[in-house]
Design a binder for this molecule. Structure first.
Ligand code: SAM
Length: 281
């Protein structure tokens, strides 16, 4: 491909708080000739707010193939294009991957900007000391398929990051507890960067009751982070769970409470920790 081809910029936009747009994103959205938007009507106010006069073209999941061709034609004509989704980073549980692949396959230059992403924002406040996590995104919407998908990842010893919509959060959390285990820790990150932002950690087995206790807790957009599967009990005894259990027992917590907390923090099996706590006491 020759150098007169213009670049495709992948531009993250705010999850809710407009102040989260970066200086660079602002400049790119002002300077490009075209903005390929997931929903042009949704993005028009943001572009107006930024003072962008770029022309809009639609690039959503139902026209991504045609949009990819259109974007490539614009780039080939030397007209720069910025791709945005409704919120967050394009291509992350959002349209965009096909357009990027198309441009790259044609030898074009794709310039990604860092910026808002719900998964990364939630992870930054989740306090996962292990540091290893896997991004899953949206689970299937039907319960049978959802449980099957959860079973496939149930034994992975890494925290799992899911996206979920408000009307499915109760059934998803119930399926998670049934397939992954009630003892695992869950972080519920809701409405990040917005007025009613809330980040709450609790054992997976208590999540359904907690969400049902207040309808407000079920509203908005969710990132759900489940701690990784516990390693075998032998390893746990020598590892982090044992260390935390000892700390809690040293603070004179009752055996049952110490085991419950250590299980919630580490994702290890509560019963095994309870038995170990009885031995230690
Ligand atoms: N591309 C986006 C990103 O970079 O995060 C994700 C788009 S996906 C269609 C929308 C999902 O992201 C929502 O259903 C929710 O799971 C998550 N999400 C988006 N905004 C959020 C927010 N403010 N708080 C919590 N989760 C959010």
């Amino acid at each position: 491909m020759t150098s007169e081809f213009a670049p495709l910029y992948v531009v993250p936009t705010p999850l809710g708080n407009l102040a989260d747009i970066s200086e660079r994103a602002r400049a790119v959205l002002r300077d490009v000739v075209w903005v390929a938007a997931e929903d042009t009507r949704h993005s028009a106010p943001l572009l107006q707010h930024l003072g962008s006069r770029a022309r809009l073209l639609a690039a959503h999941q139902h026209n991504e193939h045609a949009a990819a061709k259109q974007v490539l034609a614009r780039l080939a004509a030397g007209e720069s294009v910025a791709m945005i989704s409704d919120a967050g980073t394009p291509g992350i549980s959002d349209p965009g991957a096909r357009i990027v692949a198309h441009v790259r396959a044609a030898g074009g230059r794709v310039i990604p900007l860092p910026g808002p992403c719900a998964a990364i924002t939630a992870l930054s406040a989740a306090g996962l000391e292990d540091g290893h996590w896997l991004f899953y995104g949206f689970l299937p919407t039907k319960s049978g398929q959802r449980q099957k998908s959860l079973t496939e990842v149930a034994t992975l010893p890494y925290a799992l990051v899911f996206y979920e919509a408000p009307h499915r959060v109760l059934e998803t959390v119930a399926d998670m507890a049934a397939t992954l285990g009630a003892e695992r820790a869950l972080v519920i990150a809701r409405e990040l960067t917005k007025c009613f932002e809330s980040i709450h950690a609790l054992p997976l087995g208590e999540a359904l009751d907690w969400l049902q206790a207040d309808p407000m807790r079920q509203k908005g957009e969710f990132v759900l982070i489940v701690s990784g599967a516990a390693k075998d009990p032998e390893a746990d005894n020598n590892g982090e769970a044992e260390r935390i259990l000892k700390l809690l027992l040293a603070e004179d917590l009752p055996v049952k409470q110490a085991a419950k907390l250590a299980a919630a923090i580490t994702g290890a099996a509560k019963n095994a920790l309870y038995a170990r706590a009885l031995e230690l006491r």
